[in-house]
Design a protein around this ligand. Structure first.
Ligand code: 5GP
Ligand code: ZN
Length: 112
């Protein structure tokens, strides 16, 4: 999608620190990290938010991709949080589906 910043990250048109890439998903460091480990995971095709997703298998695989990243980052044993902000009240600001993988500190509850 032409004006989507995460499509541009996937395409290599804007710089990002890529952590892992497959033909289906790209993981890269959040530009404004909220924890020592703060990685975004996006599908390589454009889908605006969780509300638009039809492909359940893609969602499951994306979640396992994030789980594997947590292990590789060394935060899995202590713990981590995976977040999908959806639409305005969910705090979504970039409308290309993404998981936040947050780890390396204690995550409070409830979130802000
Ligand atoms: P949302 O609020 O939509 O759940 O999360 C969007 C996230 O994308 C935010 O945490 C924000 O810091 C991050 N972000 C926004 N623009 C860029 C960018 O150009 N590059 C990277 N790496 N992260 C971005
Ligand atoms: Zn996109």
């Amino acid at each position: 999608m032409a004006d989507c910043i995460f499509c541009k990250v996937v395409a290599g048109e804007i710089p990002a620190t890529i952590v892992k890439r497959t033909d289906r998903f790209v993981a890269f460091r959040d530009i404004n990290p909220q924890a020592a480990t703060h990685v975004l995971v996006v599908p390589t095709y454009h889908v605006a938010s969780l509300e638009q997703v039809k492909d359940a298998a893609m969602l499951g695989d994306m979640l396992l991709f994030a789980r594997d990243l947590a292990r590789e980052a060394g935060v899995a044993e202590r713990g981590y949080r995976v977040v999908v902000n959806t639409n305005p009240d969910g705090g979504q600001t970039v409308y290309h589906l993404h998981l936040h993988l947050l780890g390396g500190r204690f995550m409070g509850w409830p979130p802000g």
